[in-house]
Design a binder for this molecule. Structure first.
Ligand SMILES: NC(=O)C1=CN([C@@H]2O[C@H](COP(=O)(O)OP(=O)(O)OC[C@H]3O[C@@H](n4cnc5c(N)ncnc54)[C@H](O)[C@@H]3O)[C@@H](O)[C@H]2O)C=CC1
Ligand SMILES: O=C(O)C1=N[C@H](C(=O)O)C[C@H](O)C1
Length: 251
């Protein structure tokens, strides 16, 4: 039985994972962390992570970027691996993730779904065909109106997958409203749409002369992320210090 601390337990993702773990005989949430303590979860909830003295094998995190520094310090101090799913981290926080992963196991992924992680692999091949042929690359993502970060962590990860395959040749462009000039070949445009209850949509567009190739992923429920996070937690428990991602889980 893997003992889990759920960081951000009273948020939307925290609640989906709480439900999922109740049905899974191999995992148990032994404690939750959330600044809001307004639910009956069946496990103790701490409003400050440093007050949590419950022993665990792994932390699953879906909270807020502002909470991540304390979380990383706690993970290193208590030697508990972390599945880090919160998006919108600053460059300084990303650097801290990297440093902390030398001391404790950290699995970071902006998207826990099988679909997006497979798409990342496919995009590398696609980029190596279409970029040399001069096709323009754009990413459009759509999410619900409660999301605070933009563009999504997934859109950035998809862009990074393409850029990795192309020797980091692309510069990301988020807003063209202030410039009056044609698109440069080395731009990779990323656009964000927010509205209603859209769970998560990502479209990667390769636009050439007289043809357009589109890769699209649609999440219809938050369960796809929750299932991936629980699988990642099972994978990470007991792992030595290091930086892991969903490719390590999926294989
Ligand atoms: N990697 C992935 O597959 C996915 C990542 N996400 C990311 O996960 C994060 C959370 O998403 P949701 O659950 O939709 O958001 P949410 O806003 O519904 O839940 C976040 C929870 O974190 C809590 N929180 C805020 N500050 C905190 C702090 N300092 N300490 C402890 N808890 C704190 C909030 O009270 C809230 O209950 C976002 O960054 C989102 O982009 C969401 C879905 C999938
Ligand atoms: O906030 C969300 O909801 C989501 N966030 C992640 C992101 O920023 O990419 C993943 C998913 O698309 C849902």
């Amino acid at each position: 039985m893997i003992r889990v601390i759920m960081h951000g337990c009273n948020g939307k993702m925290g609640q989906v994972i709480t439900g999922l773990c109740k049905e899974d005989p191999d995992v148990e949430i032994v404690a939750g962390i959330d600044v809001v303590d307004n639910r009956e979860n069946g496990y103790p909830v701490f409003t400050d992570i440093n007050a949590c003295d419950v022993k665990a094998d792994v932390i699953i995190d879906f909270a807020a970027a502002v909470a991540v520094d304390k979380l990383l310090d706690y993970a290193v101090d208590k030697q508990v691996p972390v599945v880090l799913c919160t998006t919108g981290l600053s460059p300084e926080q990303l650097n801290k993730v990297s440093l902390c992963s030398e001391k404790v196991a950290i699995l970071k992924s902006a998207n826990m779904s099988l679909g997006i992680n497979t798409l990342m692999k496919l995009l590398k091949d696609a980029a190596n065909v279409f970029a040399p042929a001069g096709y323009d690359i754009e990413i459009v993502e759509k999410h619900h109106n409660q999301k605070v970060d933009a563009p999504s962590g997934t859109a950035l990860a998809l862009a990074d997958a393409i850029n990795d395959a192309r020797d980091n040749a692309y510069e990301y462009v988020y807003d063209r409203s202030q410039v009056r000039k044609k698109r440069d070949k080395k731009e990779l445009g990323i656009s964000a749409v927010r509205g209603g209850t859209i769970v998560g949509e990502h479209e990667v567009i390769f636009a050439g002369v007289d043809e357009v190739i589109e890769f699209k992923h649609t999440a219809y429920s938050k369960s796809v992320f929750a299932k991936g996070a629980v699988e990642a937690a099972k994978f990470l428990a007991g792992k030595p210090a290091g930086f892991y991602d969903m490719a390590d889980v999926i294989g």
